[in-house]
Design a protein around this ligand. Structure first.
Ligand code: 13P
Length: 248
């Protein structure tokens, strides 16, 4: 298999230690025979409890953000080493909600990515256009910039997961069609080939994210360039297991 599928959840600012651990306990038997890699990215304060809940299973725990400095005067931030210390494997970087509400830029994405890679975390870098960017025909230009700037200086592109999340499809119930998602993700892969090397780009896992659910996951996952999903709302319930088992 050239690329092992990867289904990850993004809990965003949802769940409690109790409800999160309960969900993971219920998910464990349902996803144990998955043919894909499985992760849940959870709020920082829930990390220790969720790592404990997922212990011994095939569910890996991820964080939703990471700071670029190793330590220092950055009130409210969390470093890559701190995440590693608690058993975190993955980290989402540059989610559109962070770009939209918290001033994330391609430059800060790049700094966070560099720190995550140095600490041995597996970054899930989010890219995607807004509705107005798509409607004005700027999708490719925006994605090119996000990839070129966000991934600057990366030595081994295969260590990074890309999540293509069209902003207009997030939490709106409006999924990109299978064809739209495939076409855009193929563009992302081609661009990675140009920026890094075509052979390496063939090995990069690229997820789709944006209102992906148990009903539409099969069609999306059947597309040749779509290797997985980054799941928001549907990762807060047992439906997540149905997405993980998309191939059954
Ligand atoms: P929804 O699946 O809720 O649309 O969220 C997608 C997302 O932003 C995952 O990171």
């Amino acid at each position: 298999m050239l690329r092992k599928p990867f289904i990850a959840g993004n809990w965003k600012m949802n769940m409690t230690a109790e409800s999160g651990a309960k969900l993971i306990e219920e998910l464990k038997p349902l996803v144990k025979d998955a043919n894909c890699d499985v992760a849940l990215c959870v709020p920082a304060i829930l990390i220790p409890a969720m790592v404990k809940a997922a212990a011994g299973s095939n569910i890996k725990i991820g964080a939703e953000n990471v700071h670029w400095a190793a330590s220092g005067a950055f009130t409210g931030e969390i470093s890559a080493e701190m995440l590693k210390e608690y058993g975190v494997e993955y980290v989402i970087i540059g989610h559109s909600e962070r770009r939209q509400y918290f001033g994330e830029t391609d430059e800060t994405v790049n700094k966070r990515l560099t720190a995550a890679l140095a600490a041995g975390l597996k970054p899930i870098v989010c890219v995607g256009e807004t509705l107005s960017e798509r409607e004005s025909g700027e999708t490719e230009k925006v994605l090119y910039r996000q990839l070129a700037e966000g991934l600057k200086g990366v030595e081994d592109i295969k260590k990074i997961v890309i999540a293509y999340e069209p902003v207009w499809a997030i939490g709106t119930g409006k999924t990109a069609t299978d064809e739209q998602a495939q076409e855009t993700i193929a563009y992302i892969r081609k661009t990675l080939g140009e920026l890094f090397c075509p052979k390496c780009a063939e090995k990069v896992i690229i997820q789709y994210g944006g209102s992906m659910n148990a009903g539409n996951c099969k069609g999306l996952m059947a597309q040749p360039d779509i290797d997985g999903g980054l799941i928001g709302g549907a990762s807060l319930k047992l439906d997540f297991a149905k997405i993980v088992n998309f191939d059954k």
